[in-house]
Design a protein around this ligand. Structure first.
Ligand code: URA
Length: 202
């Protein structure tokens, strides 16, 4: 896997546009936009829901308790944050950490789509029901509960490129639930196998 200057510049341009974004009103009560970060040519991309308090304060995705759990899961399959790209469907924190609204997801989605096109991951892992619903709608795959589909591999074409989509639970849901934690660990082994099958050396 190579990190190239073109990818870095494109990701930085997007981050600058996101910082100025006024396509919905979420920006009003926030400290920072949280555009996403990581290897701009990563083979593995994670898509979460929306920034929380710590992310809003720092401008970085998954730096709070759910983020620490995510880092632990990554290290369990021999990876670190620097190997992957981590983004959210919504780039500003919803007030009080409420769920993002459909119109906010719609307004923000062009940024995520451009990030996916730029990074070009072979495997995309959606964390939780909001990002899973949004990304799987492109295949299309419908579901009621994330627990029905978690850990399955959906292979398809997204924005013109073949990709494996793996929905899983949101790490925040696993903070107080050991059963969910085990489910996440199981799903990370699926991710590891799918990367190996895609012949990705990370
Ligand atoms: N939860 C998310 O979905 N994204 C973050 O960046 C942090 C917590």
């Amino acid at each position: 896997m190579v990190d190239d200057a073109g990818g870095t510049a494109a990701i930085e341009r997007l981050a600058a546009a996101i910082a100025e974004c006024r396509r919905c009103s979420l920006w009003k009560d926030t400290h920072h936009a949280v555009p996403g970060e990581g290897n701009p040519r990563a083979d593995l991309m994670f898509i979460g829901e929306a920034p929380g308090k710590q992310e809003d304060l720092t401008g970085r995705p998954f730096v709070g308790r759910a983020g620490k759990l995510l880092e632990g899961l990554l290290s369990g399959i021999g990876l670190s944050r620097d190997d992957v790209f981590i983004a959210n469907i919504v780039k500003h924190r919803p007030p009080g950490n409420r769920d993002p609204r459909p119109e906010e997801i719609r307004a923000c989605s062009p940024y995520l789509e451009e990030q996916i096109r730029t990074v070009g991951p072979k495997v995309i892992v959606t964390l939780g029901r909001h990002s899973s619903r949004y990304i799987l709608s492109f295949l299309p795959v419908e579901f009621d509960r994330i627990t029905e589909i978690r850990g399955r591999v959906y292979r398809g074409v997204l924005f013109g490129r073949p990709v494996s989509l793996i929905p899983t639970l949101h790490p925040a849901a696993a903070l107080y639930n050991p059963g969910y934690r085990e489910a996440l660990e199981e799903d990370f082994r699926v991710i590891e196998r799918e990367l190996a099958a895609a012949d990705v050396s990370m």
